[in-house]
Design a protein around this ligand. Structure first.
Ligand SMILES: [Zn+2]
Length: 278
């Protein structure tokens, strides 16, 4: 999965350290990131690649995380060298681009960039927020409001019935492959209750024996995904929520299509069932 970057090591502990020329500079605009494609895959600029046209770049940067001994920083409002090979690419590239640890760095940085740019002002009193020096936190000097990075819990649901699993396709989304049911946890709800509620809302089925499988950080949508399998309880007749889903069907293990990309928890759960490990 996208976060499985071994033998590389991701360290997200906040450090109040200044960047040097060899550090990586992550730069984003809307749904795009600055990167270069090489024969080995994608590559991010280092500060030395950007410093000539951007005198302020070292001061105007935010420490994000490190991978192995390399530090990654967020940089803002830069001018780009026209012939450097670095271009803005859609962040969807991080679903599959190699090497995987760079895709993971790219999408994790993107989530943090989104958080910083969405919290310039205090949501309580409207004052400008300031960055804390000791931890990854923004605070309001006026009313003392504190903001930490936002992560939304959500569930991925493998509904099974003996040798069958329920697969679906989303309505109105770019992602067209088969998926499992999924949904965000509401306030005041346990994740197990989310599983039962989402299955009822999306396909009108009751489930039982809800059991946890694995989790996955999914920075494309500010989410922590938690995967669950559960068993159909009673009637198997699907009543589709057409606002959410284009289709939902039962698949026998042997009928499940091979989907080779291994970045998502959804995919791993489908293949795990296909190979009889559930
Ligand atoms: Zn405030």
């Amino acid at each position: 999965m996208i976060q499985d970057i071994w033998p590389h090591r991701y360290n997200n502990q906040y450090r109040n350290s200044a960047p040097d020329a060899e550090c990586y500079a992550l730069y984003y605009e809307e749904h795009t990131a600055l990167l270069r494609r090489t024969s080995e895959g994608i590559e991010f600029p280092r500060f030395r690649d950007l410093e000539r046209l951007n005198e302020e770049i070292y001061e105007d940067s935010i420490y994000l995380f490190s991978i192995d001994d390399s530090r990654y920083y967020l940089v803002r409002e830069i001018s780009r060298e026209p012939h450097s090979g670095f271009t803005m690419e859609n962040t969807e590239i991080f679903r599959e681009a190699k090497p995987q640890y760079r895709s993971f760095a790219g999408i994790t940085g993107y989530q943090l960039w989104n958080w910083y740019r969405s919290h310039k002002f205090c949501g309580r009193c409207g004052h400008m927020m300031q960055r804390d020096e000791k931890e990854r936190m923004l605070f309001c000097p006026e009313c003392r409001n504190m903001e930490f990075p936002k992560i939304c819990p959500a569930v991925i649901i493998g509904v099974t019935d003996g040798n069958r699993i329920l697969m679906s396709k989303y309505a109105g989304r770019a992602y067209k492959k088969y998926a499992l049911l999924a949904g965000f946890t509401e306030i005041g709800e346990t994740v197990e209750e989310t599983v039962a509620r989402e299955v009822m809302e999306e396909v009108g089925l009751k489930v039982k024996n809800i059991r946890y499988y694995k989790s996955q950080p999914w920075s494309f949508s500010d989410t922590l995904l938690m995967g669950f399998y559960c068993d159909l309880d009673g009637e198997d007749k699907i009543t589709l929520d057409r606002e959410e889903l284009a289709l939902a069907e039962w698949f026998e293990r042997e009928e499940i299509p091979d989907q080779m990309s291994g970045e998502s928890l959804t995919n791993e759960m489908i293949q795990h069932f296909k190979h009889g490990e559930v």
